[in-house]
Structure formats: C-alpha cells, structure tokens
Design a protein around this ligand. Structure first.
Ligand code: AMP
Ligand code: ZN
Length: 138
C-alpha cells in the first residue's frame, strides 16, 4: 500500500534515510524539514493514505496513540509550555504533502507559531441543521 513517487512513502519506509524519532510497524515519526518550533515532528503511517478520508480505524487509533506517546516525551524532554496537534486535509486546509500525516508542534511562551482563527457565531437553528446534515453520514 505504497504510492509511486510519494515522498512520505519513501521516508516512512526507509527508501529515503531519515533520523527518525520513533518507528514501529505502522508509523514513523520524523522531524519536520522546516519546523514551526523546536521539536516539530510528523507522525506518518507507513501505508499510503492521501488524507483522513481514506484512513482505516486501526491506523487512525495507532497514529493517535503515537501522538500521546510523543507528546508526553516532548513535555518531559523539552519542557515545552504547550503543544499543538495539527492535521491538514486538502489544499484549502493547507495540506501540501498528500500522504496523511499529523504534526506535533511543541509551543514555547512567546514563540512565533501562529495557529489562530477569528471566533465566529453559530445560531441554534444552524447547529440543528448542521447536525441533521452531517450525522446521517456517520
Ligand atoms: P502539510 O502542509 O500539513 O501537508 O505539511 C507538510 C509538512 O511536511 C511541512 O511542514 C513540511 O515542512 C514537511 N516536509 C516536506 N518535505 C519533508 C521532508 N522531506 N522531510 C521532513 N519534512 C518534510
Ligand atoms: Zn505515500
């Protein structure tokens, strides 16, 4: 389940060598080439999934378990003040590499990382409408 010419397939399966933080049968955790902060890593499944929509439950569960493992270690080792988990799907959401990956971004008071949005408003009717629309596919 690898994809031809996919950089993350090559990195996660060792075709391109990398100094991985962690590896098991299902995932590889690598340091981001252009880190947002000190310790920014990517959790990459070894099988190819373009994005979250094509991912199976077992892999998804393992990715998140790995996120917990890495986050706890980051907190101990780097003494970071916070930590963001970011996972982009689709160009509109900022995805640039189309092999599923999860960002773990340690945060430090006063750092330059910017993960913010303008808080909006949602009316009760709109929430009910959204619930009916989305829940039917779950
Ligand atoms: P995204 O925008 O969520 O698709 O994130 C892609 C991430 O992959 C970016 O943070 C890049 O810096 C990172 N990246 C791209 N190529 C490599 C590479 N060869 N090794 C490590 N990280 C990479
Ligand atoms: Zn891939």
């Amino acid at each position: 389940m690898k994809k031809e010419d996919c950089i993350f397939c090559k990195l996660s399966n060792g075709e391109i060598p990398t100094n991985a933080l962690y590896e098991d049968d299902i995932v590889k955790v690598i340091f981001d080439l252009n880190p947002a902060s000190k310790g920014h890593v990517l959790i990459i499944p070894k099988n190819h999934f373009d994005d979250i929509y094509s991912m199976d439950n077992a892999t998804a569960a393992h990715v998140f378990q790995t996120a917990v493992k890495v986050s706890k270690a980051m907190k101990e080792a780097l003494n970071c003040d916070g930590l963001n988990i970011v996972q982009n799907n689709g160009e509109a959401a900022g995805q640039t590499v189309f092999h599923f990956h999860m960002h773990i971004i340690p945060r430090y008071e006063g750092d330059t990382v910017n993960i913010k949005w303008i808080p909006g408003k949602a009316e009760a009717e709109e929430i009910t409408e959204l619930k009916e629309k989305i829940a039917q596919f779950m």
